[in-house]
Design a protein around this ligand. Structure first.
Ligand SMILES: Cc1ncc(C[n+]2csc(CCOP(=O)(O)OP(=O)(O)O)c2C)c(N)n1
Ligand SMILES: [Mg+2]
Length: 372
């Protein structure tokens, strides 16, 4: 037979459990305890309220440039919920909901966006890498971590996040190839929020789905409604089980939408139609999940209010401790090299002298012209 279709052993499915109004497909409902359902709700709302607070704080000059997560909370929380503390999580920069769940405090999130080193340091015992802004860089060290976990044979897995724009970067493709070749216990989550700053999803790739890219690398993928927390959990449970038991990687394309600005330095009105945002608003993951919980009888109005009050108090306390945080101006010398270079040692000594009010009189022009 000179010409015939080549059978491709991998499949790409799409999945949703809740419809846009929060109504349930009973056959697909995952088993989750009532306590966990309420906790998940609390973390969705915590991430949303943290997001709103960060946005305001940036406008008031109390933190630096900030990348909002509004609308994308379920896509990351569902992944973190399935990971165990021994597993590894590799975030990009819109995964606050997942990071809060994993144990990053709100104060530490403020510190990150406020530009303090501590904001990039995972809390004790949390197996996460820091927020990564270089787009898709996570897609190279994520599989590296997964390779290490595979060699240790402890059934641990690694999940890494990237955006739809990140899938056009070389790092994404190199990482996917590596994960496929070595059959790594790796889950590549793509938060497809339809925009990469001003570039729309349809100009990002000619593939009808991002999920299908996994086929080229020899593993399965699923396209999931990323604004449906239950669907993300179902997809992640399957992918995690497969990865833990030697079945190799999975690509999860979480279809979601960036309801806000790209960052606080951006004005999307210049490149996207506000009507598109209005169309996505009814699919906001939080009211959908809330409706599910109310219908299931797991959350009433009183409990809902108590959760909101609790989060508000946590946020206020975190804001206060962030603003009282004492910055060590010498701290940044210690973060680049395990052993400081002679130039850094000299600069640190100079700053120390300056801070103590005894700056040595030296001709800086001559000293720095050598470096420049
Ligand atoms: C390597 C690299 N190139 C460019 C940038 C500037 N940049 C920051 S975010 C972004 C778009 C990313 O889009 P996407 O991957 O879809 O993530 P999203 O912002 O939508 O979450 C770009 C180009 C960067 N941070 N890193
Ligand atoms: Mg995007």
């Amino acid at each position: 037979m000179p010409r015939q279709p080549i059978p491709i052993p991998h499949r790409v499915e799409s999945l949703s459990v809740l419809d846009a109004n929060g109504n349930l497909d009973r056959e697909l409902e995952p088993e989750i305890s009532e306590d966990d359902l309420r906790r998940l709700y609390k973390y969705l709302v915590s991430a949303r309220m943290l997001d709103e607070r960060c946005f305001k704080m940036q406008r008031q000059g109390r933190i630096g440039t900030y990348a909002p997560t509004r609308g994308q909370e379920a896509a990351s929380l569902g992944i973190a919920y399935v990971l165990t503390p021994d597993d590894w999580m590799v975030p990009s920069f819109r995964e606050s909901a997942a990071m809060l769940w994993r144990g990053w405090s709100m104060e530490r999130m403020f510190l990150y966006w406020g530009g303090h080193e501590l904001g990039t340091t995972p809390p004790e015992g949390v197996n996460d890498t820091p927020i990564a802004v270089p787009v898709a860089s996570q897609c190279s060290y994520g599989p590296g971590i997964a390779w290490g976990l595979k060699l240790r044979r402890q059934g641990r897995i690694c999940a890494a996040f990237v955006g739809d724009g990140g899938t056009s970067e070389g790092d994404f493709h190199e990482g996917m190839n590596f994960a496929g070749v070595y059959q790594l216990p790796y889950i590549q989550v793509v938060q497809n929020n339809h925009w990469a700053i001003s570039l729309p999803r349809y100009k990002q790739t000619a593939s009808p789905t991002i999920a299908q890219k996994a086929i080229a690398y020899g593993f399965d993928a699923i396209q999931v409604d990323g604004n449906d927390l239950l669907a993300v959990i179902v997809a992640m449970r399957e992918a995690a089980e497969k990865a833990r038991t030697g079945g190799g990687p999975t690509l999860i394309e979480a279809v979601t939408y960036r309801l806000g600005v790209h960052t606080t330095a951006d004005d999307p009105k210049k490149y996207r139609d506000e009507k598109e945002v209005e169309e996505w608003l009814p699919r906001d993951p939080i009211p959908r999940f809330r409706k599910y919980l109310h219908t299931k009888g797991v959350l009433n109005d009183q409990q809902d209010q108590a959760i909101l009050d609790e989060i508000k108090a946590e946020l206020d306390a975190a804001t206060k401790s962030y603003e009282e945080y004492k910055v060590d101006p010498l701290g940044f010398f210690h973060h680049m090299y395990s052993e400081m270079t002679p130039e850094l040692i000299a600069q640190k000594a100079e700053l120390e002298a300056y801070l103590s009010g005894h700056e040595p009189a030296q001709d800086k022009t001559e000293r720095y012209s050598r470096v420049l």
